[in-house]
Structure formats: C-alpha cells, structure tokens
Design a protein around this ligand. Structure first.
Ligand code: GDP
Length: 217
C-alpha cells in the first residue's frame, strides 16, 4: 500500500462514551458518521464487521445503553491526526421495538432529532434496512426525521445472505426508487452481509469518501 494510503479501519477502535442526552456529547472534533436502524437489523454486527472487531458494538448493547448514542474512535486518537483516521463512529439507539411505550419513542425522537440538528461534524447517517423486510413504517418515519433535519443519509441493506442472490439487485433498485423523492437521501443504496463479508469494502470506501479523508481507504 502506498505511503499516502492508510487503512481506515485497520487498527483497534474503542468505545468512548454513551450519550443519553446532548449535554453528554463529546465536544465537536473529527468528522463522524452514524448508524441507525430498527432493533435487530444487524447494526452491531455491521459495525463490528467494518472494523474487524467482534465485541466492539456489543459492549454498547448492554441494558441501559440502548437509548444512548454510542461513540467509537480509533484507540489512541488524540485529535492530532497521525496514523489514525480522524473520525468517529456513532451507533444510534435502535428503534421500532414492538412494545416500546410512546414515552420511550418520544425520548428517542427528541435525542436523535436534537443530535441531528445540532451536530455540524456529522457527515452522514447510514440507515440500515433488513433485506428480508425492506423499508417499514418506522423506517419511513426515521427517513422523514432525517429529511426534516436536512442530514444526508444513505440506505444500507443488511443480511443479504438471507435472501437469494438474484433478489439483491432487484431489491436495491426497488429501495432506491422508494427514496428517490426524499430530499436528504443519497440516491445509491448499498448492500451488505456481515456474515459473509459482502459489500463491506464498498461501505468502507463510501465512509472514507463521506468523511473526506481521501488518502484513507
Ligand atoms: P442490532 O440489534 O441491529 O445491533 O442487531 P445485531 O447485530 O445484534 O444482529 C441481530 C441478529 O441478526 C443476530 O442474531 C445476528 O447474528 C444476526 N445478523 C446480523 N447480521 C447478519 C448477517 O449479515 N447475516 C445473517 N444471516 N445474520 C445476521
């Protein structure tokens, strides 16, 4: 690999903090990308697969942390660049629990909307969609929230190993068509399988481009 190309995820990442309300947000620093999705969509698995660390996002899924924005940064990042990519990953709390009381949904919406509106360093939200289920009503609600907050987002299909291979391009096209008129949606949809590793490099590349670190791959 040439000197100018450095691995975006080829080093340890660590969990730095869970943010239950905006007062606990870390000061704005490097660019961040966030991951959102219905609970069980495969969000922890995808974050772990991206960085190649099995237990990273799991630590954030311990009870009590489920309603927090969880921050991950390269281990040892001091804010000064060097050999670590200047970026953070934010794992947003899952949504769409069948039995979630209204009060909890309102709390989720407030935390997320305040974060989306106020965070200048947030470059893009990756909204994960389970390949077997497609876009559901509560996904639509979240996309509407993102459009309202005017935060750029891109859809990422998960668990593509669970559907037949020829169905993937069809689903990608159908999903892209469904979001075509949404103002803040990035038009192209990505597909991934954390289990098989499919699509992970494309997602890594999309993230590198989004955070504007051209020499990190
Ligand atoms: P989260 O609630 O969105 O963080 O979802 P998890 O990452 O915990 O995954 C939920 C379930 O889906 C777990 O049983 C995972 O093993 C499974 N899962 C996640 N990603 C994949 C995938 O790419 N393929 C398959 N077959 N299963 C997956």
């Amino acid at each position: 690999m040439p000197e100018t190309e450095k691995p975006l995820f080829g080093h340890p990442w660590i969990f730095i903090r869970g943010v239950p309300s905006l007062t606990f947000l870390p000061p704005e620093g490097p660019s961040e990308v966030a991951f959102a999705g219905r609970s069980n969509v495969g969000k922890s698995s995808l974050i772990n697969a991206l960085v190649g660390q099995k237990g990273l996002a799991r630590t954030s899924n311990t009870p009590g942390r489920t309603q927090e924005l969880n921050y991950f940064v390269p281990d040892g990042y001091s804010g000064e660049g060097g050999d670590l990519p200047p970026m953070a990953i934010v794992d947003m709390p899952g949504y769409g629990y069948a039995q979630a009381p209204k009060e909890q949904v309102d709390k989720w919406t407030k935390l997320v909307f305040d974060y989306l509106r106020g965070r200048a360093t947030l470059k893009r939200v990756y909204v994960l969609i389970d390949s077997r289920h497609g876009i559901k009503k509560n996904d639509e609600d979240v996309l509407t929230l993102l459009d309202k907050a005017a935060v750029s987002y891109q859809l990422v299909l998960t668990k593509t190993d669970k559907i037949k291979a020829p169905a993937v391009p069809k689903l990608l096209a159908e999903t892209a068509e469904k979001i075509r008129k949404r103002p803040a949606a990035y038009p192209a949809v990505l597909s991934t399988s954390s289990e098989k590793g499919d699509g992970l490099d494309d997602l890594r590349q999309a993230i590198a481009q989004t955070v504007g670190i051209a020499n990190w791959k």
